[in-house]
Design a protein around this ligand. Sequence first.
Ligand code: DGL
Length: 273
Amino acid sequence: MTTEAREKRIGIFDSGIGGLTVLRELYRQLPNESILYFADTARLPYGTRTNPEISWFVDEIVEWLVRSEVKMVLMACNTSSALALEQVKSKFDLPILGLIVPGANAAVKQGKRVGVIATPATAASNAYRRAILQADASVQVWQISCPYFVPLIEQNQLDDPYTYQIAQEYLMPLIQQQIDTLVYGCTHYPYLESILRSLLPMSVSFVDPAVSLVKAAARELEMMNLQNYKRAKPTQFVVTASPEKFAELSRKWLGYTPIVTTPKIKKVTDILS
Ligand code: DGL
């Protein structure tokens, strides 16, 4: 592969700051790779959108990433991965990886009674249950839809007692089922780690699908001879609305204030054209 192809960015996208938990993993495992991060902040949350809406958004975003000349796309969004991975994989001619199968494979290695917390759309899709049972049919799976988590995280309300109360409510059925493993079925949820840990027995192990997704991406890059051996370029951040808010919110998790751009356009969908 040419040096030019190797030096291209990896495109990753989410509805908002959730994908930063995948970005953090990319920085850890693939520090030489340059990243283009796209957040569809104008249309979040995705988890309460209809399936056709999610498919449409994902299609537009992947098309935009392809036009931005990325060498690979990582869906840093479980909702998109659950509903639209196959569709974009068959449409676009570059490696596109989602979170569900890597997350499911990691979960069956860790436990036999698996709880998955996810957005309403991901939970309703049954994607995690299917992938986990495909990996190991002897595992039991409980999926919980958590509609309030993403809005609370995007509003920076992690320390609000209400967030703790909501988490307690969502986890109750999983505690009753005595799960041994909890899967973060949404990339926003690792931000809730301390709350979730405080509510679950110590013996419950956590699965962050981002870890396995990035491992799979590393294998794919190696297979395609696309690894970058040079120094990574600074991550480029593009959002569809409120770049200042995104920069401010992500500073806490990234440890630096990112430069965030929004193309100057009139309509949200024009950004993607
Ligand atoms: N962080 C995304 C996910 O993993 C999307 C959450 C949302 O926008 O509802 O599902």
